[in-house]
Design a protein around this ligand. Structure first.
Ligand SMILES: Nc1ncnc2c1ncn2[C@@H]1O[C@H](COP(=O)(O)OP(=O)(O)OP(=O)(O)O)[C@@H](O)[C@H]1O
Ligand SMILES: [Mg+2]
Length: 292
């Protein structure tokens, strides 16, 4: 199990007071970079730094595997887990542990009824999953634009274990790597040379988010809390809200919308006649309208 030296003098310092030697910045997001005893890399966001004791890999990762308490999430096409971890103040604190699929083939289908714009459909046919640092960058930009209007999972950290894999084990398409490398190198050009981040293609990248309580809208419909028409309306309306803020999720769907219930029998929570919702899954979160 990889250990990080957390007792170093920075641990109780506020994020902004930590030594510049471990500060990193990528796509508009600030990180603190810790190196594990086996040379794994942990990049903590400001939010992640404040819950460091819950985020450190020894809480949820045993060597090459996730520790047993994790639950793989149903309905996922990738590898996504809910991991309960200890937290100073909350006994319900849990992480979403998501293995980045960047540079892998993204298969996204679109209902023909949804196609209004064929150029958009073509983009959908050949989407690329965001790389880890762009995913956090886009998400933080959306959070800044949305304020309290749209809730999201809080991005906590990016962890890259030291283990190296063969190309075929990770399924990354070699001819798409240069685009990711170039985007990151362009972004990092403004950083001091010894603080630049680069992707290592033989390694895994794991994104850590804070779990949001609730159920996805598809489950809410299955449980009878939303009718079929309400579900369709809600899905369209939420996409419109996102687009009005300048963002879009290419595979926008009810499973990516989290709602909350209350009472027995459970009823959907409402706020001034609207259903408050949270967005999950940012691997295809792009600016809207698309810039290319
Ligand atoms: N905070 C949450 N609350 C409730 N359910 C959740 C939450 N986070 C994830 N899930 C469930 O886990 C599923 C998988 O998560 P996610 O969409 O991130 O995985 P994915 O592999 O990217 O799936 P897809 O390919 O469908 O986008 C979600 O569709 C949802 O049903
Ligand atoms: Mg997804």
């Amino acid at each position: 199990m990889e250990q990080f030296a957390f007792n170093h003098p920075h641990r109780h310092r506020p994020f902004d007071d930590v030594s510049p030697a471990i500060r990193r910045r990528a796509f508009g997001v600030d990180y603190l970079h810790l190196r594990g005893q086996q040379s794994g890399d942990l990049y903590l966001t400001r939010h992640g730094w404040s819950v460091l004791g819950s985020v450190v890999p020894s809480q949820w990762f045993t060597g090459d595997r996730l520790s047993k308490v994790g639950r793989q999430l149903a309905g996922a096409t990738g590898a996504v887990y809910r991991m309960p971890v200890p937290h100073q103040a909350s006994d319900r604190f849990a992480l979403v542990v998501k293995f980045s699929r960047f540079a892998q083939q993204a298969l996204v289908s679109m209902d023909p009824k949804e196609v209004r714009d064929w150029a958009e459909r073509d983009r959908m046919e050949a989407p690329e999953f965001l790389s880890p640092f762009v995913e956090f960058g886009n998400l933080e930009a959306l959070r800044a634009d949305a304020g309290t209007r749209i809730r999201t999972q809080t991005p906590l950290a990016i962890y890259s274990p030291a283990t190296r894999y063969l190309d075929w084990e990770l399924g990354r398409i070699s001819h798409s790597r240069w685009r990711y490398d170039r985007a990151l190198a362009d972004d990092q050009a403004s950083q001091p040379e010894d603080a630049r981040i680069a992707y290592e293609w033989e390694r895994l990248y794991i994104l850590l988010y804070r779990w949001i309580d609730g159920i996805d809208a598809e489950v809410a419909a299955e449980q009878g809390q939303l009718s079929e028409t309400e579900l369709v309306d809600f899905t369209h309306r939420s996409r419109r809200d996102l687009r009005n803020l300048g963002w879009d999720v290419l595979d926008h769907k009810p499973r990516h919308l989290i709602v909350r219930t209350r009472g027995e029998p459970p009823r959907l929570m409402q706020r001034s006649d609207q259903i408050p919702w949270a967005l999950i899954d940012y691997e295809l979160l792009m600016p809207y309208p698309a810039t290319v």
